[in-house]
Design a protein around this ligand. Sequence first.
Ligand SMILES: [Zn+2]
Length: 168
Amino acid sequence: MTKTDQLEEIHAVLKTVDDPELPSVSVYDLGMLYEVSIIGADVHLRMIPTFAGCPALDFIEQQVKEAVEALDWVNHCTVKFSMEKLWSTNAITDKGKQELKKHGIAPPPENYRPGEEWTVHCPYCDSDYTSMENVFGPTACRSILYCMACRNPFEAMKPVVPITEIKG
Ligand SMILES: [Zn+2]
């Protein structure tokens, strides 16, 4: 088995490990995987924690470790959360965004830059006619909004982009 195949298997496995706070959105689709090193039968993963205010990292670490170690060729897997690299909602994959919508959660905007105003589209009808008034507190990563078009309440995820990611 080549390194590329091994890497693909690890990615596939990580797509099956869901974030405990966001059912059916995998840690892979949230963009948490940062680095994979494979040394023989040992796999070392570096991951980026999502919102600082949303814990469950121990749980995720355990789930990832078990899932990766279930692969035939893996003997041992370690998971380290990197604190020097910061997670960004821009890292969420398209699949991740689709899954969020399916759960009635409006995904964060694309290519968000800090300080920008953003529009939340309703995950059900895609209307931007939604209520939004200081709904995100300083630590809240998700908030309840209301769609004036289809009259559904829904959750929205706040965009988070570390300053270091901004170019130009
Ligand atoms: Zn709507």
